[in-house]
Design a protein around this ligand. Sequence first.
Ligand SMILES: [Fe+2]
Ligand SMILES: [Fe+2]
Length: 286
Amino acid sequence: MTRIVHVSDLHFELAPERFKPGVRQELDLSIPAIRAARPDCLVVTGDLTSYGCFDRSQLVGVRRWLDGIGVDYLAIPGNHDLSANVVRGSSYPIMETYEPVPWAATNFARTFSQEPLVHRGEGPVTLLALALREDDPDGSLDLLAQALDRLEGPALVLGHYPLAVTKEVGVLASFGYQGYIDRVRERMLELLHSQPLVRAYLCGHVHAQTVTPLGADLIQLSAGGLGPGASAGWIIDVVDSTLEIRSLRGGGSKVFWPAEMLDGNDALDYHLWCGQEPVVVPLYVA
Ligand SMILES: [Fe+2]
Ligand SMILES: [Fe+2]
């Protein structure tokens, strides 16, 4: 059996912690759950740090933290590791400093030594992990298109931003891709829909654990925010010709968004997926 564990939004900080005091301790509380799941691959869908795009030593720090877990992993940048666009960069200096440089010169690429698209085979499944900025200066979507054309078996695509809205109400009804990757989202969706071998899209950014249909035969999964909350993620098992997807609960805080942003919803219900049965996704569709 092949097992993939999906987490996101670590928001790691080196001491002294400036944005989320105690985040490093919260992250450490989840290491036992990740190790106990014994993944063949841990995938981390961005926001590894809170300000790695401003200070590369933050990315070096989180890389060491990930290495210390002792499992194979595949990580991509979020908007705090590789800012999405100039507007975000000027609105949120330090947290989302825009790097007006080619991919290879970004703090993320220099630290993780990887291309904008990474392919990795895990049993019968191919993982395609994508770094994406607004207007796609790195040519990520062309690389994805080429990789999808060449697929011979089922694939999971990883990105930071949700491509569909994750909640009908509360803050997440309007917080997701909006303001980050508006002009490239449509093409990304078209690419995913163009290849039926893509079986799920794994993302982060919203700090809540959600399951959202992207179409009749494709689902989007967002993991929580492992550092600041919600401390959760997904265990994805390849069993025969299906994916069986269960919740992974970390040891840290389960809530991220303040109560006044939840439109009266219960905070735990808003942040965590509460299904009792696994989500089952066929590996192949006709
Ligand atoms: Fe985040
Ligand atoms: Fe994010």
